[in-house]
Design a protein around this ligand. Structure first.
Ligand SMILES: [Zn+2]
Ligand SMILES: [Zn+2]
Length: 165
């Protein structure tokens, strides 16, 4: 499917363009993004890291489609996106330190393309887009009443503040 996205050019600018998202592969989830936060790290990505990528790493939305083996969410679920994506199986994950996972899951590269070539996304998410394909471990089902624009910042801004405190 086609999606619209904000893409950093790696040289201090960004622009809006179409990206192509494939059908979710096993353990991948297609999310319709309803809200995205803007983080200072997005500014860093745009200006300092020479990163050509779909921007945004905090967001919330609705599951549109799931790949095989996805068991924690289903179509229609409201979810927030988490950039500290734990594999659940490495040494750090097994000992309960998922935040420093050593083998973060990524999507099949061809499932996110720009002008026919695979394109990166900020922290593997790319929430500044109408849609995103992410690993199943990157989505957390929202089971409380909270607006999307509030849920969107839980994945980075809120957790960074919590961690600092
Ligand atoms: Zn951030
Ligand atoms: Zn891990």
């Amino acid at each position: 499917m086609k999606a619209k996205a904000a893409i950093s050019d790696g040289h201090g600018e960004f622009y809006f363009d179409s990206i192509t998202l494939g059908k979710p592969a096993p353990n991948e989830v297609l999310v319709q993004i309803k809200a995205s936060g803007i983080c200072h790290t997005d500014y860093d990505h745009m200006r300092h890291l020479k990163l050509f990528a779909v921007m945004g790493h905090e967001g919330a939305g609705v599951v549109l489609q799931t790949g095989k083996n996805v068991s924690t969410v289903k179509m229609g679920d409201r979810v927030l996106l988490n950039w500290a994506i734990p594999c659940g199986e490495c040494f750090q994950c097994v000992r309960g330190a998922e935040n420093i996972c050593e083998d973060r899951p990524v999507i099949r590269p061809e499932n996110r393309a720009h002008r026919g070539k695979p394109v990166n996304a900020s922290f593997g998410l790319g929430t500044m887009a109408t849609h995103a394909i992410v690993p199943e471990q990157a989505v957390v089902k929202i089971d409380v009443e909270i607006p999307f624009h509030s849920a969107a910042i839980l994945g980075c801004g809120v957790m960074t503040g919590f961690g600092s405190v």
